[in-house]
Structures are given as structure tokens and as C-alpha cells.
Design a protein around this ligand. Structure first.
Ligand code: MG
Ligand code: MG
Length: 276
């Protein structure tokens, strides 16, 4: 049975890359984990800087320029640039844009905007991947609530990361968190394994599903967990640039993502911005 054909998942980044079932989930060795820590730290550093510098009047291209410059200064290459033809080092998705927004010189950031910045760095053979949502100046209360609920959903999922738990534990915790906050979770994009490849097995779902095999977490797995929450309908469509995904009802969307290591006792957030 080709169980992934009908049900997604477009992992959150390439427009139509499908995770193929049955591929081995790679467990990273101690030295590989050390390299992933370094790759992820570069991502965390860049996102921390962007969160601090983003302001009304800047363009999303300004943020992309900064990200690329800093990733290269730190000895890495941007994971996204050229990936399936993506033209930039960050995805910058504003307000009703859900994911894969292309940075543009004409896209001026305004007070009240909800700006998602997703980036990845490739360092000594391994990738780190993380996304933040920035409230630019004072945003509407419902926007603030959505941003906080999206981060809460990410951490609800991360709290389930532990050797012996399963992907369904993560998915269920995210789903319950989103529902408790009365938002919806986008279903056609998922998290993913990350390591030598930006996207690798397994697909990390943000809602309960029995349509894919459940996976028991093992120490040494590295996962990108990245729930996307919508203010209104969970449905999306892709714009004619073939990258930018927007909400069907034009309502807001928010997303946070971390690269997380599974350990015997729990987890380690490799893209932790508080440690850079
Ligand atoms: Mg990402
Ligand atoms: Mg990702």
C-alpha cells in the first residue's frame, strides 16, 4: 500500500516533496550530533538577530540579505538557497502567507504585521532548521493570541519528545493544544527528520492520523517540529509564483519550528535561541 500518496505530506518547505515511506530513519552518532549542534546554533543566531532587527519600513529582502551574510560569515551555507529552485536563504511569509514566502525588495514590512521567518544552515555536512514568528510593533490582540498559541503548540509537541514515545504522542499534543486555543492546524505541511538532508524521514505530523505508520522515537533521532496555525480555515492555496502558500480565507497564519534531538531522558532543542 502506498499510504503516503493520498495523504500529503508536503513537508514544510519544498512545494511538493513527498517523504517516501519506509526509508530508514537515521540515528546520529555523538560526533554527528556535535556537528548538528553547530549547524543549529548558526540558525538560532541568525533568527535571534532577525527577531531583534525586524522593524516597520524594512523589506523582506533586507532580512534575507542579513541571513545569507551571517550564515556564510559563520562558515555555513544557506540550506534553502537553490533547494528545489528556491531563490533565497529565508522564507519570509507575512500575515495571510502561510509558508514559503519569497523575500522581495518591494515587500515592505508594516507595523502590525505577523512575519514568519524560516531558515536553515548547512554546516560540515549537516543542516539545522528553525522558524520564528515576529509581531511587528503592536499587532491586533487576535494576532498576538495566534502567535502565542503557535509557539505553545510547538512546545506541547516538543514536551512529548523522549525515547520510547511516538510521533503520535507529538501529533496528539500539538492537535490538542491548537484545539484548546480555538485555532486550526494546517494539515498539508508537516515537520520532518533533519540531518545530512534538510528533509528526511520521518514526517512529523501536527495532528493525529492513522494513515501513516506510527514511529517510536529513539535516542539520536533529530526532528524538525513545526506546527502551522491558522486563525480561520485550515485550508491553503499556492500563489502563481508556485512557492508562496496563503490561507484560503486570507486570515492570519503563524508558525514556529525547532530542530530537536531525541535523548533517552527527553530532548535537546538544538536551535535554542536563548543559548546563543
Ligand atoms: Mg524550516
Ligand atoms: Mg523544517
Amino acid at each position: 500500500m502506498n499510504f503516503l500518496t493520498n495523504l500529503l505530506p508536503r513537508i514544510s518547505f519544498p512545494p511538493a516533496l513527498k517523504v517516501k515511506a519506509g526509508r530508514r530513519i537515521e540515528l546520529k552518532s555523538e560526533s554527528e550530533i556535535e556537528t548538528m549542534r553547530a549547524a543549529a546554533k548558526i540558525v538560532a543566531t541568525v533568527l535571534k538577530e532577525i527577531s531583534e532587527m525586524t522593524a516597520a519600513g524594512m523589506t523582506t529582502a533586507d532580512l534575507d540579505d542579513h541571513a545569507e551574510k551571517r550564515i556564510r560569515e559563520m562558515g555555513a551555507t544557506p540550506s534553502f538557497k537553490g533547494y528545489h529552485g528556491f531563490p533565497a536563504s529565508i522564507c519570509a511569509s507575512v500575515n495571510n502567507e502561510v509558508v514559503h514566502g519569497i523575500p522581495r525588495k518591494r515587500k515592505v514590512i508594516k507595523t502590525g504585521d505577523v512575519v514568519k521567518i524560516d531558515t536553515g544552515a548547512y554546516y560540515e555536512g549537516f543542516h539545522g532548521d528553525s522558524c520564528i514568528t515576529i509581531a511587528v510593533g503592536k499587532v491586533k490582540p487576535q494576532a498576538q493570541k495566534l502567535i502565542e498559541a503557535a509557539e505553545e503548540a510547538l512546545y506541547a509537541g516538543i514536551a512529548q519528545v523522549k525515547a520510547g514515545n511516538t510521533l503520535l504522542d507529538i501529533a496528539g499534543a500539538i492537535e490538542d493544544s491548537v484545539k484548546a486555543n480555538n485555532f486550526t492546524v494546517v494539515e498539508e505541511f508537516t515537520g520532518h527528520g533533519v540531518g545530512r538532508n534538510l528533509h528526511e524521514e520521518p514526517a512529523v505530523f501536527n495532528f493525529r492520523t492513522n494513515d501513516v505508520p506510527n514511529v517510536t522515537l529513539k535516542s539520536g533521532m533529530t526532528l524538525a517540529i513545526e506546527p502551522i496555525l491558522n486563525e480561520g480555515s485550515k485550508l491553503t492555496r499556492t500563489l502563481s509564483d508556485r512557492w508562496t502558500v496563503v490561507t484560503l480565507d486570507r486570515a492570519l497564519s503563524a508558525q514556529w519550528e525547532h530542530t530537536v534531538l531525541v535523548t533517552d531522558s527527553g530532548y535537546e532543542i538544538l536551535t535554542d535561541r536563548t543559548k546563543v
